[in-house]
Design a protein around this ligand. Sequence first.
Ligand code: CUA
Length: 315
Amino acid sequence: MNGTPIWPIEASRYAGRVDFLFGSLLLISVLTMGLVVFLLALFATKYRHSSKAIRDGSTIKTWRFEVAWTAVTLLVFVGLAVWGADLYLRLYNPPSDALQIFVVGKQWMWKAQHPGGQAEINELHVPAGQDIRLVLASQDVIHSFYVPALRIKQDVVPGRYETMWFRADRPGRYHLFCAEYCGTDHAHMGGWVTVMNPREYADWLRQQGGQQTLAMQGQTLFRRYGCSGCHNPGGTVRAPQLEGVFGSPVPLSDGSVVIADDRYVRDSILNPKGQVAAGYAPVMPTFAGQVSEDDLAKLVAYIESIGPTKAGGGR
Ligand code: CUA
């Protein structure tokens, strides 16, 4: 289908499956509509005013027919729902070893931050054949990260992280759009996703200069915002130590347990009284309005970097 000009190139691992589902939905919809239109035309002709068709009404009710068509349509549409849900879950559950990139949408640009600290605007460079996990945030209003060639689209709502992942198989340059009307320059909010061979990608990373990694920048911010005053050993206030916390379960004061993922860390910075760790007083001040999404990404990367070391290599 790639030959047709209206059909975007399939550049990601799941693009074919998304297209297959889409095509099947389209086909079933067209067949259903065709049947309805056909019956409409048939009966309109058969029982037209001048026809001699019998109109006294049939009194025979065939249950077999009734049950059969209800069951078949039910099965078809439940099947479609299961198929769609399965694909959705695959698309939204990133593999744990995926390369993580933070993307912030703001009026009117997309800013990407790589783990090595490389940042780019309206461009996203990724290696081919590797799973990429995107952590998306918005600095202001609702945007939507949309790359047709990769068949990924995700609304980015201010106030929370959205995550998604993809694996691009085919090196190339693909359009990136904002697919949610977000103000005057919405139409110009976008750019390019460049999928490179892993070696070219490594070269590209090097060319971006020797800045600090995202986690190191986060460590600097951790001190600048005063987090270290309480969260480091010997702090003035009794606060949870954050080493080894990332990715593990945290018991909360209300008795529930959460996994300390990027969303939890972000929420804890902006709304610390929302989920207080068990055994600690809710004394942490909020940092809402003081820390930009860019800086939040760095802080999250830092907390993640001091988390439990993963087997088989760190970040
Ligand atoms: Cu951002 Cu439209």
